[in-house]
Design a protein around this ligand. Structure first.
Ligand SMILES: O=c1ccn([C@@H]2O[C@H](COP(=O)(O)OP(=O)(O)O[C@H]3O[C@H](CO)[C@@H](O)[C@H](O)[C@H]3O)[C@@H](O)[C@H]2O)c(=O)[nH]1
Length: 463
């Protein structure tokens, strides 16, 4: 068997996919996995210390669409747009090369579900297409029901006598819950921008995401790095009614030994030894994933709160944002704080000294926090972050949203006090511990996530 894997090379998508492929390749040793991704992303996920890569995985570079001598404008999704412009030809070219090089036809396409063009490639090759959805399944449903959501939103605008799309009435409208199968706990304001475009700005990226809903009739098996146990019943039933094999294989980082991935496993910045010297459940860990740029004013507010509260903190802050810290902050907090450009997050969250995680609500960060039973303080920014923050605060009840939606000195202090000192914080901690036990059980031998993973292995090895 020769499985072609197509990665979406932005955010932590490719990382989630390679972790799944690593786990598959270790079990399906007779199957060849060709991993197609841009050179830049391949370089970062196949760093030198992934020494024990199974021999049945090989990475191939696909063109990233960036013209020679291109000068970037600084627009946050410029790279994404250039890459999408280059698809699907870049993947097709690399795929042909891999087939020629190995002399082995493709037997199955396992791809990031964002890359919906893979459906046509699989059809042309007459092989199954198995998309993998790495964000939370709730954002998948929001994409599946985009037409219904837009229609209802438009009707509500008419009903409210508003046609501007962005006036006083909209504030209330945004607070309305979604009357959409499986998503009734969410509010309109939680939706990713491309589902309900408020300023009607179409990009290649939003068009690509707009295609996701068309995969429903074409796909038989869908893989999610999620747990059956974490859905609400109506949501799970609704998705199961759409895909005959809905495989919830669990958080990959939990069900396998930590991938041999620097920098996540290397402690170059000394975080773990610093944590060793802190009291149990006392430290606030702060990290905002790989894409978010926090507004400078919020970095200042957050820093001021950390300085005043004197709560021990470990802050993963990219070097280009360090200049936004108040003057002298690092010196004044040296006794109780540590700021690093990158932390071994999975191990940090697993450390007994961590009391709370301040997060942007990226899916992987949240999965890692749940897997380690750590309560969260949420400051969602874009994409699926607000959906996830709603799940954390109102559904799973394993954290709180930051007061007022943005970091302010008083809001940060209040949330830290609530989680670390108050009764409500203790309740949240025991709830997240219970959730941790639930996912550990599902990932153990015989657990539901383990069973779904086995089905996936059978599917790709027997096509
Ligand atoms: O100092 C750090 C900071 C981050 N990480 C790792 O980086 C990953 C970050 O992933 P995630 O929390 O998902 O954040 P993003 O990279 O920002 O996530 C993108 O991809 C996610 C999954 O599709 C989406 O939920 C988000 O909206 C999108 O921004 C996690 O595995 C972290 O452990 C570290 O190891 N060390």
């Amino acid at each position: 068997m020769h499985v072609a894997v197509f990665a979406f090379p932005f955010g932590s998508h490719a990382l989630s996919l390679i972790d799944l492929v690593l786990k598959l390749a270790r079990v399906a040793q007779e199957t060849r996995f060709s991993f197609f991704n841009t050179e830049k992303s391949n370089n970062s996920i196949f760093l030198a210390s992934r020494t024990n890569l199974p021999g049945n995985i090989k990475a191939y570079n696909v063109a990233d669409g960036v013209p020679l001598n291109h000068v970037f404008s600084g627009h946050p999704i410029e790279r994404v747009e250039l890459f999408i412009k280059e698809t699907p030809e870049n993947f097709q070219t690399a795929l042909d090369m891999a087939v020629a090089e190995t002399g082995q036809k493709i037997s199955c396409l396992l791809t990031d579900a964002f890359l919906s063009f893979a459906g046509s490639i699989a059809e042309n090759l007459s092989v199954p297409w198995i998309p993998v959805w790495t964000p939370v399944p709730h954002s998948l449903s929001a994409h599946i029901y985009t037409d219904m959501i837009r229609q209802r939103y438009a009707n509500s605008l008419i009903h409210d006598g508003s046609n501007s799309g962005r006036d006083g009435n909209d504030v209330e409208l945004e607070d309305q819950t979604l009357e959409v199968p499986g998503l009734s706990q969410f509010h309109i304001a939680d939706l990713p921008a491309e589902v309900l475009p408020r300023d009607a700005q179409e990009t290649l990226f939003s068009c690509m995401l707009g295609q996701i809903r068309h995969m429903v009739p074409k796909v038989d098996t869908l893989v999610l790095t999620f747990y059956q146990e974490l859905y609400s019943e109506p949501h799970l039933s609704d998705l199961k009614s759409k895909f005959s094999n809905l495989l919830n294989v669990g958080f990959i980082s939990l069900s396998m030994p930590p991938p041999s991935l620097p920098p996540s496993t290397e402690d170059a910045t000394g975080c773990l030894s610093w944590l060793d010297s802190q009291k149990a459940k006392s430290v606030a860990f702060i990290s905002f994933g790989t894409v978010v740029n926090i507004p400078h004013s919020e970095i200042e507010e957050l820093a001021e709160a950390l300085e005043v509260c004197r709560i021990p903190f470990l802050w993963s802050l990219r070097d280009n944002m360090r200049d936004c810290l108040p003057n002298g902050f690092l010196d004044r907090t040296i006794t109780h704080g540590k700021v690093v450009p990158w932390a071994p997050q999975i191990q940090v969250l697993g450390h007994s000294s961590i009391g709370v995680f301040m997060t942007h609500c990226g899916a992987n960060s949240v999965y890692e926090s749940i897997a380690n039973g750590v309560p969260m303080i949420c400051r969602p920014f874009f994409a699926d972050h607000k959906l996830i923050a709603r799940l954390i605060a109102d559904d799973w009840r394993v954290g709180v949203r930051i007061d007022g939606g943005v970091f302010t000195k008083t809001g940060v202090a209040k949330s830290l006090d609530l989680i670390l000192e108050r009764e409500q914080g203790r309740t949240i901690r025991s709830t997240v511990q219970a959730l941790k036990e639930l996912v550990l059980k599902a990932s153990a031998p015989g657990g539901r996530a383990t069973q779904d993973f086995k089905i996936l292995v059978e599917k790709i090895t027997s096509v």
